[in-house]
Design a protein around this ligand. Structure first.
Ligand code: CAA
Ligand code: FAD
Length: 383
């Protein structure tokens, strides 16, 4: 067992940390307040290779492993979670899904654009009546021989207003249940793709989350990903890796909150000494440090398992559950350590606290992760 990061992993961490501090930190408070999308920053992230980190270099990507991606996600998420959620969706849902299950033609046509940030991708599974209960798809893709006709509504779509490509999950054969579902590649410039208003959210406020309507969208047959009826399995398999991305985001929120709280506690004085010298505060920080490290072990291990070609479904659910619960707890405590200053925007911890909440909801709520883990327990597969 080797817990040491390689030279390459350390270099990725440094590059992501520098980029996040230099490019994402300036203006992050204002973008959050005004719900301003970080369009220019994402463009630069694409140019720097952060949007297609794991994609094979022959399709324009960085050819890196999942651990490098998790490390980079952690650094971005200490600072700007609207940037890191866009990065997560593009890397681990859209690029990974296409590269793993797409045809050679699909990969050659779309990956070079997506891996470099020329295009941004969105993953469209959730619907008004199908969130956790994801098999209850109402969106339909009617098979017309050489093409599908797509109709329906997806909601909560990250990158919804700024993406050029959607992976859309839709029902083709309702009588087959989840085995009749397909995944279609849809270009947003096509007729019938309608983007609804941007959601006004508690956290990740500058990320663009939209409802999307598909009205009689004609999708060529060659844009189906995988065999007929593979769409639900495609979504589940892709989400297993996506959950490593969101677990890394949660880890970044936890670690970032802890680092801000520890630094503040050394500076702020009360009763004649730095507040870290009061046991009530140092115990909080000790617990926070331990929880960050525990989450990091689970997140890195799930990425490592994926890199080894081993099964990681259980590990990614566990990492997402643990890291998102840690992010919520630690960010609340970080506000407490800051006292009144933690309650205002200038000190960053209130934003991280608001951002933490979404990590317990998207890519499978904490309850859904427990459903997944509970099934492994039932099968006797949990160690
Ligand atoms: N890999 C491969 N196949 C899988 C799988 C996996 N990890 N998990 C399930 N399946 C297969 C099952 O084997 C089954 O197929 P068969 O019947 O052919 O064996 C099929 O999928 C249905 O599985 P279940 O019977 O387990 O389905 P269920 O209705 O009980 O639901 C669930 C399971 C885990 C709750 C699932 O619906 C789920 O994950 N829901 C949450 C949805 C979600 O995470 N949405 C995220 C949207 S994207 C997003 O949120 C992005 C963002 O924020 C940034
Ligand atoms: P519901 O499924 O209605 O759940 C409501 C509550 O009931 C939750 O607490 C849930 O855990 C609980 N619950 C439901 N079923 C059970 C059960 N069987 N046992 C115990 N508890 C249960 N989706 C996409 O497809 N693409 C995206 O890009 C995307 N981005 C998002 C961005 C944001 C900001 C948000 C808010 C959501 C995003 N989502 C996206 C949707 C997200 O994945 C769903 O919100 C999530 O899966 C939960 O679905 P729901 O909101 O319908 O809640």
């Amino acid at each position: 067992m080797n817990f040491e990061l390689s030279e390459q992993h350390l270099a990725v961490r440094e590059a992501a940390r520098d980029f996040a501090r230099q490019e994402c930190l300036p203006g992050v408070i204002e973008r959050d307040s005004n719900m301003t999308h970080p369009t220019e920053i994402l463009k630069k992230m694409g140019e720097m290779g952060f949007l297609g980190m794991m994609v094979d270099p022959k399709y324009g990507g960085g050819g890196m492993d999942s651990l490098s991606y998790a490390i980079a996600m952690e650094e971005f998420s200490k600072i700007d979670n609207s940037c890191s959620v866009a990065m997560s969706v593009n890397n681990s849902l859209v690029c990974w899904g296409l590269e793993t299950f797409g045809t050679e033609e699909q990969k050659q046509k779309y990956l070079p654009k997506l891996a470099t940030g020329e295009w941004i991708g969105a993953f469209c599974l959730s619907e008004p009546e199908a969130g956790s209960d994801a098999t209850s798809q109402r969106t339909t893709a009617v098979d017309m021989g050489d093409h599908y006709v797509l109709n329906g509504t997806k909601n909560w779509i990250t990158n919804g207003g700024t993406s050029q490509l959607h992976l859309v999950i839709a029902q083709t054969n309702p009588e087959l249940g989840h085995r009749g579902i397909n995944c279609l590649i849809v270009e947003t410039s096509w007729d019938g793709v309608v983007v609804g208003a941007k959601e006004d959210k508690l956290g990740i406020r500058s990320s663009d989350t939209h409802t999307i309507m598909y009205n009689d969208v004609k999708v060529p047959k060659e844009n189906r990903v995988g065999e007929d009826g593979f769409g639900f399995k495609f979504a589940m398999k892709t989400l297993s890796g996506g959950r490593i991305g969101i677990a890394s985001q949660a880890l970044g929120i936890a670690a970032g909150s802890y680092e801000l709280a520890a630094a503040y506690a050394k500076e702020r004085e009360a009763f004649g000494k730095p507040i870290i010298k009061h046991q009530g505060i140092s115990f909080k920080l000790a617990d926070m440090a331990m929880q960050v490290e525990a989450a990091r072990m689970l997140v890195y291990r799930s990425a490592w398992l994926k890199d080894q070609g081993m099964d990681y479904d259980m590990a990614s659910s566990m990492a997402k559950l643990a890291a998102s619960e840690a992010a919520m707890k630690i960010s609340v405590e970080a506000v407490q350590v800051h006292g009144g200053y933690g309650f205002v925007k200038e000190y960053h911890v209130e934003r991280l606290m608001r951002d933490a909440k979404i990590t317990q909801i998207y890519e499978g709520t904490s309850e859904v992760q427990r459903i997944v883990l509970g099934r492994f327990v039932e099968k006797g597969q949990l160690y």
